[in-house]
Design a protein. Structure first.
Length: 427
């Protein structure tokens, strides 16, 4: 599709769509808890709809009146074998987290997805699940999907030092640990998003977290709850970037979730010299806020180490920010970007360089030389929603020519109304 270019100044207010990570988990927790869970502000993006369908396939009754979603949970043992393999679409969160839930069932399930899912590394989940007593394996002796999970009612607790910083892997182990006998101890490589830990507590479970060490004793029974999901900071990030780098802009973003394990983008924008104000609206357990962002002069910075998992999904849009900052930005310790929906290190460098940026891909990140002016080009999202949205924001900087985006439809994975919301900001 042809992207919008050459608009001056973005002004307005956006209600940020709901958090993708919490939406997935709200269905999962509703399904494995006993009793009714009601979910307000569920994200109806393709990925979360894959999770919803997966649990219907597993025999869970889930109603959607277009507003509230109601999940009738019957506990872990209420799940039933599917008639066919489960299709997770493009969703890494669905396939990885579900493996932890299926590990404790008494049946066998196969999980498959699209071209991108077929390339996502799964040993990171397969190995700990097998260590706990389940039998998980990939396609044709590989670690790649389709994945088969042979569950066991005899799951054992695990002591696990995580080799990667991954909330998906941690969450799969936590779901299995809730069903295993005894105390499981997980040591994270770096602290990653902690929505699963929060929701174990919210659903009446017990979990102890001390720095990077997490302890759960199973088996546990959870109880259905009312869940109200805040906006996704990862979706807000595109407007935070757009307002910062497009002259004469000011955007207000309502109801943005501000869980501290997710707010690395805020730290980066401030460090680069962005004009951002935050008015907190949530409570202590569920931090949220209204963010107001204005155009500013930015400077290049270094981004590495423990902040990386706090902004892992925002690195493509941060790279675009860096093309408009004075000086060099260096992103390190982000090799996980290579195994996202696409190789985001290569995708960012290839596509933005086609538009005139000066970006060097490295083994574990990107070196971005600013400030560059961008021009029209034919670009692709590689079927990756976050690359697609980043390229539309990049297109807004183009003064001449056209930007043609291939595979724009991928954006509906996390933000189906992205183009409509963006449209409301033109003066
Ligand atoms: C997610 C964890 C992250 C993130 C993904 C969502 C989650 O993946 O990139 O978009 O909801 O747990 P990893 O766990 O692979 O880092």
């Amino acid at each position: 599709m042809k992207l919008v270019i050459n608009k001056v100044g973005l002004q307005g207010t956006i209600d940020i769509p709901s958090d993708k990570s919490i939406s997935h988990r709200s269905i999962m927790f509703g399904a494995i808890a006993h009793g009714t869970t009601t979910i307000k502000n569920f994200l109806r993006g393709d990925d979360c709809l894959s999770t919803l369908q997966a649990f219907r396939d597993l025999g869970v009754q889930i109603e959607d009146d277009g507003n509230v979603i109601t999940v009738h949970g019957k506990g872990f043992s209420g799940l039933t074998a599917t008639k066919q393999a489960i299709d997770v679409g493009n969703s890494g969160t669905t396939i990885r987290l579900i493996m932890g839930i299926l590990a404790g069932t008494s049946f066998t399930t196969t999980l498959f997805g699209d071209h991108s899912i077929a390339k996502r590394p799964m040993n990171r989940v397969i190995l700990p699940m097998n260590q706990m007593g389940a039998k998980c394996f990939g396609h044709d002796g590989t670690e790649f999907p389709p994945i088969t999970v042979e569950g066991t009612k005899n799951l054992q607790a695990i002591h696990y030092q995580m080799p990667v910083a991954s909330a998906q892997v941690k969450s799969a182990i936590l779901f299995a640990a809730l069903q295993a006998k005894g105390e499981s101890v997980i040591l994270e490589k770096e602290k990653t998003r902690d929505h699963t830990e929060d929701m174990i507590r919210q659903f009446g479970g017990e979990i102890t977290v001390s720095g990077k060490e997490i302890r759960v004793t199973g088996p546990q029974q959870l109880k259905g709850q009312e869940v109200n999901i805040p906006g996704d900071i990862s979706s807000a990030a595109f407007f935070l970037a757009a307002a910062s780098i497009i002259a004469d802009s000011r955007i207000v973003l309502n109801n943005v979730g501000l869980n501290p394990t997710r707010t690395g983008i805020i730290d980066v924008i401030k460090q680069m010299g962005g004009k951002l104000t935050i008015e907190e609206t949530g409570n202590k357990e569920n931090k949220a806020g209204t963010l107001t962002i204005e155009t500013s002069e930015l400077k290049g910075i270094e981004i590495s180490g423990e902040i990386i998992p706090r902004l892992i999904d925002e690195l493509p849009i941060i790279a675009l920010l860096a093309t408009q900052a004075q000086g060099t930005t260096i992103i390190r310790d982000a090799e996980e970007l290579k195994v996202k929906e696409t190789n985001r290190i290569d995708a960012v460098a290839n596509e933005l360089n086609k538009m005139g940026a000066s970006i060097e891909p490295t083994e574990d990140g990107l070196i971005i030389h600013g400030k560059t002016s961008l021009h029209g080009a034919k670009v692709t999202s590689y079927g990756d929603h976050r690359i697609g949205m980043m390229l539309q924001i990049a297109a807004l900087l183009v003064k001449e020519g056209t930007v043609e985006l291939e595979k724009a439809e991928a954006i509906s994975v996390s933000y189906p109304a992205f183009f409509e919301d963006l449209n409301t900001l033109y003066q």
